[in-house]
Design a binder for this molecule. Structure first.
Ligand SMILES: [Zn+2]
Length: 303
């Protein structure tokens, strides 16, 4: 789990400096500051790297977010609405002239750990801004503050902070060390993964694991253990990877959510993947890594 994408690298977020008046102007006035351009949910890339640039006049007119620093370099994201919203002609022209934009899902496997951390933080924070333009108390439009880490209501003075929604994702094994995999009703035939679900108010991670597994498959679990976690900014999740031991084996899929669910031995899983009967999640996700941890080998080296 040590090379789990989006979970390996920590920026210095410089939290205490965020409230300094004029912090963003100060950062964008320094030609050494590196700017990540975000357009909708995509960032400008060049080959296998983010195409970071120097600050430009007009950056502050966009949604501007201080991501943090690393090795003495400061990083800022400048976020524009989706290309669809700004007229397709300009963006087509722009794409010819400059580096192309890529989504995090598409780009992550080739980017450096620093680039992935910058992209993940920028995307998670920008998603929150785009989805929370108004005050939840009074409904008035809020203003960006604290270098992009707070939205403040000018009407009642309330402050609102970026949200991260915890979700559990779990590898459930039985007494024979078989793994429980399921197919969501919205997934194509053959696609299987471990179960996952959001943590509800008043619930612990372990409680959410037990509830989700029981709700979706009828299987009871015990001994829930934390394995690893991963920011998942699509749009605002933190995936909490867990392992759990099943205490019952009969499966009753919840029809609204689960098209099919079954126990796999390693031999069954490997032969089903080899025969194309089972398709697994991309290696970027913690789901794939939980399956690999049980399997004892990498999924991209199967076959
Ligand atoms: Zn308000």
């Amino acid at each position: 789990m040590r090379d789990l994408p989006m979970a390996t690298f920590s920026l210095d977020r410089e939290g205490p400096a965020r409230d300094r008046p004029g912090r963003l102007s100060e950062l964008l006035g320094d030609p050494d500051t590196r700017v990540l351009e975000l357009s909708g949910d995509r960032a400008r890339t060049k080959g296998e790297a983010l195409a970071l640039r120097a600050p430009r006049p007009g950056d502050l007119e966009q949604l501007t977010l201080h991501l943090g620093s690393h090795d003495g370099t400061e990083y800022v994201a400048v976020c524009r609405p989706c290309p669809e919203e700004e007229g397709t002609e300009a963006s087509r022209e722009e794409q010819l002239e400059e580096a192309p934009f890529a989504s995090l899902r598409r780009a992550a496997s080739g980017l450096s750990e620093l680039d992935v951390a910058l992209f993940t933080t920028a995307l998670g924070l920008a998603n929150w801004h785009h989805r929370h333009p108004r005050c939840p108390r009074c409904g008035n439009p809020t203003e960006v503050a604290a270098a992009g880490w707070v939205r403040r209501c000018p009407h009642d003075g309330s402050e609102h902070y970026p949200r991260t929604d915890p979700a559990v994702i779990m590898a459930v094994t039985d007494a024979q060390d078989r793994l429980l995999l399921a197919r969501n009703v919205n997934w194509p035939e053959g696609r299987f993964s471990v179960l996952a679900g959001f943590v509800e108010p008043g619930e612990t991670f372990a409680g959410a694991v037990a509830r989700e597994v029981a709700e979706e498959t009828g299987v009871q679990v015990a001994d829930v253990e934390f394995v690893a976690d991963q920011p998942w900014p699509f749009p605002a999740s933190l995936m909490i990877g867990c392992a759990a031991r099943a205490t019952t084996s009969e499966i009753t899929p919840q029809p609204e959510e689960i098209a099919e669910a079954r126990w796999f031995t390693r031999e069954e899983f490997l032969s089903d993947v080899a025969a194309g009967r089972v398709l697994t999640a991309g290696r970027m996700s913690i789901a794939a890594r939980l399956i690999e941890r049980w399997l004892g080998r990498r999924l991209d080296r199967l076959g």
